[in-house]
Write a protein that binds this ligand. Structure first.
Ligand code: C5P
Length: 223
């Protein structure tokens, strides 16, 4: 019905950072609270969807009424996302570490007075691009995020094409915006049709508006 516009749909959301271990006590991470991704998962559930939230380590509670899969690394996140397919829509709000260490040290690395360790890094899989380019079980609507500090919309347009996703939600995370870790967000929705500038609003409201757009974009009658 109109009150539950995503009834019968499966929505997949990634959220939070990933942690890439250096040794048993240290890791490389991205700065992400998980607030925006978790809010999207909650809003999709409130709209009647069955929701799978694949979350990196966060300090906030998993939303009620959502199946949350907790992961640590980018590779675990990709595996959990693939295991959750098929989905009608997938929203990739996680801040995935672009690189991981070439090999995790089995023991805690110690200072030995002979200089500093050199960390060799290798590239992590791009979860959004991997799913958006799938030949089989590609979600009908794939939405990525783009956190940019300059030329926000231009970079987001390029990112939409490069990643192969349908939409990009671009946000300005430059210093002084307070977006990182904050409760409010200023976003631009970049689709194949163009760019919409949304006013600054709470992340919960961004989530509700995005979910309403996702519901409106679903093919009719196939749920
Ligand atoms: O390339 P960039 O990290 O700016 O792209 C951001 C978008 O790509 C976000 O939607 C993010 O969740 C997704 N991403 C991903 N896997 C990566 C890197 C980014 O899914 N390894």
């Amino acid at each position: 019905g109109a009150d539950l516009p995503l009834a019968g749909r499966h929505v997949l959301v990634t959220s939070g950072p990933t942690h890439e271990p250096i040794d048993p006590v240290r890791y490389i991470a991205n700065r992400s609270s998980g607030r925006q991704g978790h809010a999207i998962a909650a809003a999709a559930a409130a709209a009647g969807a069955r929701v799978t939230l694949v979350s990196g380590p966060v300090a906030i509670a998993p939303p009620a009424g959502v199946t949350t899969v907790e992961v640590e690394t980018a590779r675990e996140m990709l595996a959990a996302v693939e295991a959750a397919l098929p989905a009608d829509a997938a929203v990739f709000a996680a801040a995935v570490a672009d690189w991981r260490t070439a090999g995790e040290a089995a023991q805690k690395m110690k200072k030995n007075g002979k200089g500093t360790p050199q960390l060799a890094l290798v590239e992590n899989p791009d979860i959004l691009a991997t799913i958006a380019h799938r030949a089989e079980q590609r979600p009908g609507l794939v939405v990525g995020f783009a956190a940019e500090t300059e030329k926000v919309v231009e970079h987001a347009r390029q990112k939409r094409l490069r990643k192969g996703c349908n939409w990009i939600v671009a946000n300005d995370v430059g210093p002084g915006t307070g977006v990182m870790g904050g409760t409010r967000n200023t976003v631009h929705l970049v689709t194949g049709e163009g760019v919409e500038d949304w006013p600054t609003m709470d992340k919960d409201e961004v989530a509700r508006r995005l979910v309403a757009r996702i519901a409106a974009a679903m093919p009719k009658g196939s749920a």
